[in-house]
Design a protein around this ligand. Structure first.
Ligand SMILES: Cc1cc2nc3c(=O)[nH]c(=O)nc-3n(C[C@H](O)[C@H](O)[C@H](O)COP(=O)(O)O)c2cc1C
Length: 202
């Protein structure tokens, strides 16, 4: 099968692209509005985009609260979405008004960040404090703006729940990250195998 996104094959009831680009890590992003309202929502258009300095990005389809707050204040926090917090993560995706804090509304406990102002999810197995370095509104092939915003931030502080550490490594078997698959599906990482990266021997 081949199709163009504007003319999806009618046999495909739902857009398969997010099921093809899967699993995606979930950036459970917290920000603080200029009025001091703490905001929390999941973003699976999310990833690490640099190692040193470490950089994270999330993309907002429309100028959603987290995108606006990150642009207004220059700060956001990544919170680790684990199996144990997946209900709270999903609840926090509801389209709450800007003046309502998902932390308060859903009773999600906060912890103070050390360097940036937005609070973090207290029970998250990890959190990364970020300062915004770039904001890009994407454009299509005709050059028209799409209304989607990519927010990139530099990690300036890393929190780790010490219980997730084994032999100096952050252990994903313990941390149990939840990933986003297509449609309404979520995944768990349960089958790890190690591969040693080869040296070029040519
Ligand atoms: C697992 C999951 C992943 C999501 N990923 C994104 C995303 O990458 N970009 C986006 O714009 N919305 C995404 N959403 C929807 C937002 O979480 C939702 O629109 C939310 O209300 C935005 O909150 P905010 O306006 O408080 O930032 C996702 C929802 C879920 C449940």
């Amino acid at each position: 099968m081949f199709y163009t996104p504007e003319n999806r094959d009618p046999s495909l009831k739902y857009d398969p692209i997010k099921a093809i680009v899967a699993p995606r890590p979930i950036g459970w992003i917290s920000t603080l509005s200029l009025d001091g309202v703490a905001n929390l929502a999941p973003y699976s258009f999310f990833n690490a985009v640099g190692g040193m300095p470490p950089m994270l990005m999330f993309a907002s389809e429309g100028f959603k609260d987290n995108a606006r707050n990150a642009v207004d204040t220059g700060e956001f926090v990544f919170n680790y979405a684990s199996k144990s917090l997946s209900e709270e993560m999903n609840l926090s995706s509801a389209n709450a008004p800007s003046d309502v804090s998902e932390f308060e509304y859903y009773g999600i406990e906060t912890a103070e960040s050390k360097i940036v102002a937005p609070p973090r999810v207290a029970k998250a197995n990890a959190a990364m404090e970020c300062k915004v370095t770039s904001v890009v509104e994407t454009n299509d092939v005709e050059g028209n703006l799409t209304g989607a915003f990519v927010i990139i931030g530099q990690v300036v502080g890393v929190h780790i729940n010490d219980d997730m550490l084994r032999d100096g490594r952050f252990d994903v078997n313990l941390a149990e990250p939840v990933s986003r698959l297509g449609y309404m599906d979520f995944g768990l990482t349960s089958d790890l195998h190690e591969m040693i990266r080869p040296d070029w021997k040519g």
